[in-house]
Write a protein that binds this ligand. Structure first.
Ligand code: ADP
Ligand code: MG
Length: 342
């Protein structure tokens, strides 16, 4: 076969292979875009576990009519312009690939309106060349993205979808993790027309406590103590359960780096080490922890789905977490009833 440049749709479908694993991955990308657009309210509607419909609606900044075509193109982003931006990422997205990838493996429509526009516009991309058509639509300021029939044109992927219940379970778990990352945003999640979660914006400590209790369960909220520690410009805060109260089932284990949810090895290792021998073999740590540091100190461009980060001063960060958490846990163990409960 001669060498040839792949048609855009196929190139996008290949890229989609890396980030669009299942409906929950689509929800993650769309919600992260809403958060990057400054939305304070996000509604997520799901039908049939996301295989029929995923709709994410936000009240963020919107996309201007003349940028709709670009928003659906690969390698098009409003979030970085040069390498120095990439080295200090504050937004959740920056690869400019999600919408192009998702629209290559579904029937995607993007409806949006900016505050400067009188009217809204709708765009969708189709076919081998991913030709975008744009037409007028009705929509308040903000954006709605509708993803129909995910993987309809990639049967190998579609085959890997599990039952609607399982897929929705993944979406619900993801929304939980996202809702714990942004207390200031109100959230709504529905499945097949039924509202499953409705969370008001939580501005006070008491409202945040309520959200943690709703999302992590009463037991966690009752046992967890609020902790906070800082070393230079590295800060850790959140909620952690004393070893004697840790559950035997894996429960709430959520960590975030600069607002981004993570399954980071270094972080998990540090948390485990802080608990040390105080947990029995059956017990699991329980925590919701937020690490905040200068964005120049972390590289988020490690994995396409951005589940992992690389810390420039890995040793220092690791040791800081271990010592901050060990101190907090020692205190909690000594005075189990005197913690500042969530
Ligand atoms: P990235 O998030 O990496 O920039 P995406 O493909 O996810 O790439 O989105 C492309 C661009 O479309 C974004 O950079 C942003 O400008 C715009 N965009 C996408 N979703 C939204 C949204 N919900 N609100 C406003 N702008 C959006
Ligand atoms: Mg994005």
């Amino acid at each position: 076969m001669p060498i040839q440049i792949l048609p855009p749709q196929l190139a996008n479908q290949i890229a989609a292979g890396e980030v669009v694993e299942r409906p929950a991955s689509v929800v993650k990308e769309l919600v992260e875009n809403s958060l990057d657009a400054g939305a304070s309210h996000i509604e997520i509607e799901i039908e049939k576990g996301g295989s029929k419909l995923i709709r994410v609606r936000d009240n963020g900044s919107g996309i201007a009519e003349h940028e709709l075509v670009l928003a659906l193109s690969r390698h098009a982003t409003s979030k970085i312009t040069d390498l120095s931006d990439l080295e200090a990422i504050c937004s959740l997205g920056f690869r400019g690939e999600a919408l192009a990838s998702i629209s290559s493996v579904s029937r995607l429509t993007l409806t949006s309106r900016t505050a400067a526009q009188e009217a809204a516009w709708q765009a969708s991309a189709e076919g081998r060349d991913m030709q975008v058509s744009v037409k007028p639509a009705a929509h308040p300021v903000g954006t709605s993205i509708e993803v129909l029939d995910l993987f309809f044109n990639t049967p190998a992927r579609r085959k890997f979808l599990r039952t609607d219940k399982t897929e929705f379970g993944h979406i619900d778990e993801l929304v939980k993790r996202l809702a714990l990352s942004r207390f200031d945003v109100s959230w709504q999640l529905s499945h097949n027309g039924q509202t499953v979660r409705r969370l008001k914006a939580a501005d006070t400590a008491e409202q945040r406590q309520k959200r943690v209790a709703t999302l992590c369960g009463r037991a966690f909220a009752e046992q967890a103590a609020f902790i906070e520690n800082q070393y230079g410009d590295v800060k850790i805060w959140g909620y952690i359960v004393a070893p004697q109260a840790c559950p035997t089932q894996p429960g709430c284990q959520y960590s975030y780096v600069n607002g981004r949810m993570m399954r980071d090895k270094l972080l998990n290792h540090a948390i485990r080490q802080a608990y040390g021998d105080s947990l029995s073999a059956e017990q699991q740590p329980a925590f919701v922890l937020y690490l905040e540091l200068d964005p120049r100190q972390v590289d988020v461009n490690v994995h396409p789905a951005k589940h992992e980060v690389r810390f420039h001063q890995a040793r220092l960060i690791h040791d800081f977490i271990v010592s901050a958490l060990s101190d907090a846990l020692a205190q909690l163990s000594a005075t189990p009833a005197a913690g500042h409960y969530v």
